[in-house]
Write a protein that binds this ligand. Structure first.
Ligand SMILES: Cc1cc2nc3c(=O)[nH]c(=O)nc-3n(C[C@H](O)[C@H](O)[C@H](O)COP(=O)(O)O)c2cc1C
Length: 369
């Protein structure tokens, strides 16, 4: 996946990602992958090894989703970045990635209704765009079922409070040493719950039309770019997906609207999930493609979802993406770029241990070549 070709885009890759100009051009990104090993929502020292194992000189890494506030959590042991303790705990992890020449963005999220009273302060109801409850979902180990508590819709005058939480989390990420943040606008979490027609049933100016449904996510983009600078901001979206029952009636229009709206903020990159990824696992046949969004967006474009080395290379050569983010394969192959370079066989990922809290097993013990 080392391709000696730049694409003439509105934002020049050479300027935006100077680290690409190392001895080879690395287009393999570590996708954000939740691992549920941050006990008490505090990143742990074992993450130093995990992330540094996956760092190569000039490589671009995105952290697992990281909570912006104490209402942002919906899973056990996911990290946060809203307290001083969390910021301090991220610092040695970021340093380890930088020491190996990597570029590291922190993905920040709020899960919204994908939560339970047990994860909320004082056992309160999770927040969302609506009061529509999420039905229980089978977990990735295909044994356990996750239950969700009925959410309460955010009042209009509460929305600026959540926007501010994202702003402060971005500030904290820079304080922790990260090179930037990625806004998690995908997979049915809070920003997606506002964007998607199936969840957002609001009647004021945050609901109804496409423009209204995208208002809150774009207010977050606005606040975060003003706080830390647009060259330090990326945005992840999954307009075609139906994760956590967040689905749109016109996903292509949504994807295009967001791509064009993001141009106004000149953010560093847009990260889109391929239309073949409909739910968390498996892939579907589709006639849709990310090309219209890639064409509309003027910055760097990251594609993720079900890529092999071959499909990733094809996307880069055809110009349908600038970078490819690999999730499951990078999780199981700490030296994935090297393996791609050498055409070496890949370790298989173990789905049953994606989210087990062990600090070593299926975390830092996947073998190198
Ligand atoms: C165990 C697991 C955890 C994930 N956690 C996140 C996450 O925290 N944030 C996010 O944006 N995507 C998350 N994803 C999605 C990945 O970033 C990626 O988009 C997806 O796995 C598709 O890429 P792949 O086919 O290369 O795995 C997760 C995926 C897996 C398998």
């Amino acid at each position: 996946m080392y391709i000696c070709k730049f694409h003439a885009r509105g934002v020049n890759l050479k300027l935006a990602f100077p680290f690409l100009l190392t001895t080879f051009l690395c287009r393999v990104v570590l996708a954000p992958v939740t691992r549920e090993r941050s006990y008490g929502n505090v990143p742990q020292p074992h993450a130093i090894l995990y992330y540094s194992q996956r760092t190569s000189k000039g490589g671009f890494l995105i952290t697992e989703a990281t909570g912006v506030s104490d209402t942002a959590q919906g899973y056990a042991h996911t990290p946060g970045i809203w307290t001083e303790e969390q910021v301090e705990a991220w610092k040695p992890i970021v340093d380890a990635v930088h020491d190996k020449g990597g570029v590291f963005f922190c993905q920040i999220w709020h899960v919204g209704r994908v939560s339970h009273y047990d994860y909320q302060p004082n056992g309160q109801a999770p927040i969302s765009s609506s009061n529509k409850a999420l039905t229980p979902q089978l977990k990735s180990n295909e044994l356990d079922v996750a239950e969700f508590s009925p959410p309460r819709p955010l009042a209009t005058d509460e929305i600026p409070i959540i926007v501010n939480d994202f702003r402060l989390a971005a500030r904290n990420a820079i304080e922790a040493g990260f090179d930037g943040v990625e806004l998690h606008g995908a997979h049915g979490y809070l920003l997606d719950q506002f964007m998607k027609y199936s969840v957002n049933d609001r009647t004021e100016h945050y609901g109804g039309t496409l423009e209204n449904r995208c208002r809150f996510p774009l207010e977050v983009v606005d606040a975060v770019t003003k706080e830390i600078g647009p060259d330090k901001v990326g945005n992840k979206a999954i307009t075609f997906g139906a994760h956590a029952e967040a689905e749109d009636c016109d996903p292509e229009a949504l994807g295009l609207y967001m791509a064009e709206a993001l141009n106004k903020y000149s953010i560093l990159y847009a990260h889109y999930v391929e239309p073949r990824i409909v739910k968390s696992e498996g892939q579907a046949e589709t006639n849709h493609s990310l090309l219209p969004m890639r064409t509309a967006f003027k910055g760097n474009f990251i594609s993720t979802g079900g890529h092999t080395k071959e499909t990733g290379n094809k996307a880069i050569v055809e110009g349908s993406a600038d970078l490819i983010a690999y999730g499951r394969q990078f999780m199981a192959n700490p030296d994935l770029p090297k393996r791609f370079e050498l055409n070496a066989p890949l370790n298989k990922y173990n789905r049953g241990t994606f989210y087990t809290p062990d600090p070593v097993i299926s975390y830092t013990d996947y073998p190198f070549l």
